[in-house]
Design a protein around this ligand. Structure first.
Ligand code: TEU
Ligand code: CA
Length: 555
């Protein structure tokens, strides 16, 4: 397997709006990030992936971009960006930008032109179709953010496609001019010295020309088979690779909803000349009761089956990215661990162990290193996220599902769980802002915050710091081959990693009960590489305590 820096890196995701506010307007910004770089340096991460910081009307918090070459007013200026880039580089930290090019904002100049007339030079930059009749969109597809995926536009009496909100019209990647504009824009950022791209819903850029009706799932037709992993997606990514990516030393990660391991070997193959790695979503899967919405926890055996398949089927062929959460997902410790006070820290450390010991580049979402938890939403008016707000309207206010039934699903999965402000200290608004935060701080910030955790050597923070440092000294963590053990257990996630004559045994208890665990013979008496408590022992049958995790290292 080829060694590269991005396989060895740990990436930290910043959601700028909620990270650090420098000027008291209640919104995180670039100067705020600069002021916290030393914290990230201390944590030991190698790369920052920043969610979008470009000019945007913020219908979807920056994932609706109106100018790719300007910074959002609320976040600062291009000078602030340049300062951030050099301040990060001075500390040996790389910066990966979010690239949102499946769609733009409807306020982007291209779309403003496009909607003017059917013969506008920008018309074909987007996907326009006649309706079936005046009242009926061209097909039955539903948007990710509720409602039809088509918006009627009066100027030309036609519909445009938007797989996300109606303020996020989809670009027409079949138009070579669109591709060239995107590639030129990417080149402009690369020439500035950025270190890579996280590519938003990049698996959705190529649509089947005919745009046929989809199978009805829930309230609308499913665009999946016609718009995800579409006919030309690999061709377009290879073109992007040839014209832009291959010219720089970058890290690229595709956000690829509905990707399979087979497709990942193409998107992120060692020699396919597309991307370095992809985000897969099977383990945070959206097969809910109401489209993505559910309040059910995935059984551990299912979770293991998914992650094991990704570990084994990519081995030696493509590279994994590893994550428990991000800005679209609930908090890791609340979803996969146990956020009750007596278990929160232990289970957060256990989850970190489980993830960082697998093969792939680990991503840490801001606050995960503190064991930040889901937010105790009280009422629908607490939500700021367009997806949660629209889903509540579509399912509850319409009367399809009762509030009582749907509310637990929103609590469990709302993206706003991840978007409450970073908890820096125990002062008002958790030290995130001196003003009024755009979204409320989790009330548990007095106990859970960076100031307290950096001061406590036994904190979740210090455990992450240790794991991140270990990765630098322990090539087996990066390159070892993965093999699962005890696959049928609903209590334990256990696997080994093998590199030459070395072997790791990773034992993670996912239960709040004590269990009797027999250490495989070949690890008897071996050294503990890391553990989240004084380990139960290194041979024979031991009693694992709730959420215990340890790694044995046979050299
Ligand atoms: O997300 C795409 C995606 O498929 C989902 O994760 C989605 O956000 C949602 O959770 C569906 O249930 C990306 C971004 O990460 C997300 O923040 C944006 O809203 C979206 O694309 C549109 O740009
Ligand atoms: Ca601010």
């Amino acid at each position: 397997m080829n060694r590269t820096w991005w396989k060895e890196a740990v990436i930290y995701q910043i959601y700028p709006r909620s990270f650090m506010d420098s000027n008291g307007d209640g919104i995180g910004d670039l100067q705020g990030i600069i002021s916290r770089l030393d914290y990230l340096k201390y944590l030991g991460i190698d790369v920052i992936w920043m969610s979008p910081v470009y000019k945007s009307p913020n219908d979807d918090n920056g994932y609706d971009i109106s100018d790719y070459q300007a910074i959002m007013d609320e976040f600062g200026t291009m000078e602030d960006f340049d300062e951030l880039l050099s301040a990060a580089h001075e500390r040996g930290i790389k910066i990966v930008m979010d690239l949102v090019v499946n769609h733009t904002s409807d306020e982007h100049r291209w779309f403003v032109e496009s909607r003017r007339s059917t013969d506008n030079p920008y018309r074909d930059y987007y996907i326009w179709r006649e309706g079936k009749d005046d009242q009926t969109p061209p097909n039955n597809w539903g948007s990710c953010f509720s409602g039809s995926a088509w918006q009627y536009d009066e100027a030309t009496s036609m519909y445009y496609l938007h797989l996300f909100s109606k303020k996020q019209p989809d670009l027409n990647w079949d138009n070579p001019k669109v591709r060239q504009e995107v590639f030129d824009m990417m080149t402009w950022w690369c020439d500035k010295g950025i270190d890579g791209f996280r590519m938003d819903v990049i698996s959705m850029i190529s649509k089947v020309k005919e745009l046929p009706d989809g199978q009805v799932k829930g309230l609308y037709g499913d665009y999946g088979p016609y718009a995800v992993n579409g006919p030309n997606v690999h061709k377009y990514l290879q073109e992007m690779n040839e014209k832009v990516l291959s010219k720089y030393d970058l890290m690229t990660v595709g956000e690829t909803p509905e990707v399979t391991t087979e497709l990942a070997r193409q998107y992120a193959g060692e020699d396919t000349h597309e991307l370095n790695m992809v985000f897969q979503f099977e383990h945070v899967g959206s097969n809910g009761k109401y489209a993505k919405w559910t309040d059910e926890k995935m059984p551990l055996t299912t979770l293991k089956k998914i992650l094991t398949r990704w570990q084994t089927e990519l081995y030696g062929k493509a590279w994994n990215s590893l994550f428990w959460d991000n800005h679209d997902q609930p908090r890791a410790v609340s979803r996969f661990g146990d956020d009750r006070p007596q278990y929160r820290e232990t289970s957060a450390k256990m989850l970190a162990t489980c993830l960082h010991m697998m093969q792939g580049s680990p991503y840490v979402y801001q606050g995960e290193e503190l064991g930040m938890t889901n937010y105790p939403f009280q009422s629908p008016s607490d939500f700021r996220d367009i997806e949660s707000i629209n889903a509540y309207k579509e399912w509850c206010e319409s009367g399809i599902v009762s509030h009582e039934e749907f509310w637990p699903c929103l609590l469990w999965l709302s993206r706003d769980n991840a978007r409450t402000p970073m908890q820096w200290d125990d002062s008002e608004h958790s030290g995130f802002t001196t003003g009024t935060p755009w979204i409320t701080v989790n009330p548990n910030y007095k106990e859970i915050n960076a100031k307290a955790e950096t001061a406590d050597p036994n904190s979740v923070f210090h455990y992450y710091k240790k794991l991140i440092a270990l990765r630098k000294q322990t090539p087996i963590m990066v390159y070892g081959k993965y093999e699962p053990l005890f696959e049928d257990s609903e209590d334990w996630f256990v696997y080994t990693r093998t590199l030459d004559s070395e072997k790791l045994l990773v034992v993670c208890s996912f239960t709040d009960q004590e269990t009797e665990f027999t250490i495989p013979e070949e690890f008897a008496g071996t050294d503990v590489l890391i553990s989240n408590m004084e380990p139960a022992g290194n041979q024979g049958t031991v009693t694992l305590r709730p959420y215990e995790a340890f790694v044995l290292w046979k050299k």
